[in-house]
Design a protein around this ligand. Structure first.
Ligand SMILES: [Zn+2]
Length: 286
């Protein structure tokens, strides 16, 4: 059993073309397993293919809510020549994604969910349609959901966490391992609702930053989240934890997140790391 697990990284992204091998080997040498996350068809395919190259590297496949519309382009994800993927919004094609599961170790569906950060009204419906379709695929394949949930800090009129909760509750047929909300940044109440229906809570780099409780009171959320429902993720290449803040993030840094969770909970770091791996192995069946 490895010491750590980063349940949400994107070492499948273009930005890692230069140092992918080095970064993955460093993680594995540091006893850290990785789940690489697909965000649209091409990054999903890449994530699955990578699982055949290494022991301890897994994948999820799915369509990120921001890729259901044409507006978003991230160079680190797709490369400067990635325009052909982003000139149109992708429509989630269940059959095409189902085929991908034959190519390697696929342990979840997503990242999928709702993103209200860059929200334009007509996009909500597209996000919901793609999300429901992915919940159905997760049901069919009997694997959990990798959830992306993001609010707009300037518009409190909607709560993406509540809307995701309602959709998962309505459509997911899995029991107490429905999925995980990665990079959790909701309230204690949002966390409790998720835990109640079998959604795990994963914390990322921002928990190591200077607290901004007006945005998210991580300390309160971490204190209240049951240890057997907690996971850890880096979201590499984004949001590196302290002491690497500002540099390219990588799965090896997940240990700083685990250490912060242990500190906030007043528990031994080794025990917390062990429990997180047990949780991940239960949820993802690895
Ligand atoms: Zn992500």
């Amino acid at each position: 059993m490895p010491k750590y697990i980063d349940i949400h990284a994107h070492t499948n992204f273009k930005v890692f073309d230069e140092n992918r091998e080095e970064i993955i080997l460093r993680a594995l040498e540091n006893d850290t397993w990785i789940i690489n996350i697909g965000t649209q068809y091409d990054t999903s395919k890449k994530a699955v293919e990578m699982t055949n190259q290494y022991e301890g590297v897994y994948s999820t496949i799915g369509l990120h809510p921001i890729h259901t519309t044409a507006s978003h382009h991230d160079e680190s994800e797709l490369g400067a020549d990635g325009k052909e993927f982003t000139s149109r919004g992708e429509i989630f094609d269940k059959e095409k994604y189902r085929e991908l599961t034959k190519l390697g170790k696929v342990v979840g569906i997503g990242e999928c969910g709702l993103d209200y950060y860059h929200l334009e009204e007509e996009n909500i419906e597209k996000q919901r349609v793609a999300f429901i379709s992915q919940i159905e695929l997760a049901n069919e394949l009997d694997i959990p959901l990798m959830l992306h949930v993001r609010n707009n800090p300037n518009d409190k009129s909607r709560n993406a966490y509540f809307d995701v909760y309602e959709l998962v509750k309505k459509y997911s047929t899995r029991g107490d391992t429905k999925g995980v909300s990665h990079f959790f940044a909701g309230s204690v109440e949002d966390m409790k609702r998720f835990v109640e229906i079998g959604i795990y809570i994963s914390f990322a780099g921002p928990i190591t930053y200077k607290p901004k409780p007006e945005i998210c009171d991580y300390e309160a959320v971490i204190r209240e989240t049951p240890l057997d429902m907690i996971l850890s993720d880096t979201d590499s290449p984004y949001v590196a934890p302290v002491p690497h803040r500002g540099s390219q993030n990588e799965p090896t840094y997940v240990k700083h997140i685990v250490s912060k969770i242990a500190q906030i909970k007043g528990l031994d770091e080794v025990d917390v790391a062990k429990q997180i791996f047990i949780n991940a192995s239960k949820l993802f069946n690895i």
